[in-house]
Design a protein around this ligand. Structure first.
Ligand SMILES: Cc1ncc(COP(=O)(O)O)c(C=O)c1O
Length: 389
């Protein structure tokens, strides 16, 4: 028997100290006790988001947060530019379309980040009410250049709203909500926070609040206006996931103790170690460009003749390590290793060692020990600065 070691890009492993918070008894969500927890979470989230404006919590998974972002600022017929670098970018665009937006898409090839030149060209077809972006495209393990692209949007269409899916990106790679001029930024509790699923968070800029007042998409549960009114009273409009709030408050306390530099530096270090180890083993990575490599997840092609599903089954059965499969068109060709949230060097070394053993057993031409050594050697190099995507 093995303990399960989740190495998927969410849900992420929950530290014991955070998990224990979930066992606390229920409280009245219309009480000062709940308001105090909400206030702690808001303060912690503002710190992580790098914003002095509102952060609104909704009891939902990340997708609920993305739906809230769209329906609260858009009206049917609005023109929207969607930057798509994988399954999640496509889903965000599809959602906008479902709510009646006229969606223009710029799609990149799998494993590539947004191309600023193509974005510049697409922006010429504006004006757009909103531009949709994915900070960390989890399906292809790509980190997009949000700062650069947001600046281009702001320069060309100053009124356009910038809506960012940072569900898996926030807390793994740099993201500056206020400094980059982002209007709605969505994240989820089960990602870098290392909290169970259940809470979506939305940073909302003053410009976005103005749009909330004008938008005509129908909404009820996800009404940001209602959420703001209740937030002012230290409450949420509907019964919140109280236990997840307990956990989130503790997780944010731990994150602030580690510090932003520490958190982002650790994610970059884990990414660099894993990528170096896999390359040392001769494995092919989906994302070739280091600057575009996700700090939350790494997408890998197994050696020829090894089926990703078989490989993943063996990793779990023999070592308890749970890896993610590919998504969309990549389902049968890659596997993904999550290194998001509560993850350390030991996890990366253990994963590489297990991976080597399983590949050898499957007859792949890899030399045991090389992957582990690749990571160890990478970590001998001076630690790269984590700031700057
Ligand atoms: C980038 C991104 N967006 C959206 C989602 C959807 O979030 P959820 O499954 O919490 O609804 C995910 C989940 O993996 C994601 O990684």
């Amino acid at each position: 028997m093995h303990d399960i070691r989740l190495m998927i890009p969410g849900p992420t492993p929950v530290p014991d100290e955070v998990l224990r918070e979930m066992a606390r008894p229920m409280i009245n969500h219309r009480s000062p006790m709940f308001s105090a927890i909400l206030a702690d979470c808001r303060k912690g989230a503002q710190w992580l988001y790098r914003t002095s404006h509102d952060v609104i919590f909704m009891t939902a998974s990340g997708t609920g947060g993305l739906e809230a972002a769209l329906v609260n600022v858009l009206s049917p017929g609005d023109r929207v530019l969607s930057l798509v670098s994988g399954v999640f970018g496509k889903r965000f665009a599809d959602m906008a379309q479902v709510f009646g937006a006229e969606v223009h898409r710029v799609e990149t090839r799998a494993g590539e980040a947004y191309d600023p030149a193509r974005v510049a060209e697409a922006l010429e077809a504006g004006p757009f009410k909103a531009v949709l972006m994915t900070h960390n495209e989890t399906s292809t393990a790509v980190l997009n250049p949000i700062e650069q692209v947001a600046a281009m949007v702001r320069a060309r269409w100053p009124e356009a709203l910038i809506l960012v899916d940072a569900v898996s990106g926030l807390g793994s790679a740099p993201l500056e909500t206020d400094a980059w001029g982002l209007d709605v930024v969505v994240s989820g509790s089960q990602k870098a926070f290392s909290v169970p699923p259940g809470l979506a968070m939305l940073a909302v800029s003053p410009r976005a609040w103005q749009a909330v007042g004008e938008a005509r998409c129908p909404r009820f549960y996800f009404d940001l206006g209602k959420a703001r009114d209740f937030d002012a009273k230290g409450q949420t409009p509907w019964t919140p996931a109280i236990s997840v709030f307990y956990a989130l408050a503790k997780a944010l306390e731990r994150m602030q103790a580690e510090g932003l530099e520490g958190i982002l530096g650790r994610h970059l270090e884990l990414t660099t170690g894993l990528r170096s180890g896999l390359r040392a083993l001769g494995m092919e990575l989906l994302v070739k460009d280091e600057a575009a490599a996700s700090r939350a997840v790494t997408a890998v092609f197994p050696p020829a003749g090894v089926a990703p599903s078989d490989f993943r089954k063996r990793m779990q059965a023999q070592y308890g390590i749970v890896l993610a499969g590919g998504q969309g068109a990549l389902t049968d060709s890659i596997f993904r290793v999550g290194h998001l949230g509560h993850c350390s060097r030991v996890d990366i070394l253990g994963c590489l060692a297990a991976l080597e053993s399983v590949l050898v057993e499957l007859g792949a031409p890899v030399e045991p020990g090389r992957g582990v050594a690749g990571a160890q050697l990478a970590w001998q190099q001076p630690r790269p600065a984590a700031v700057g995507a």
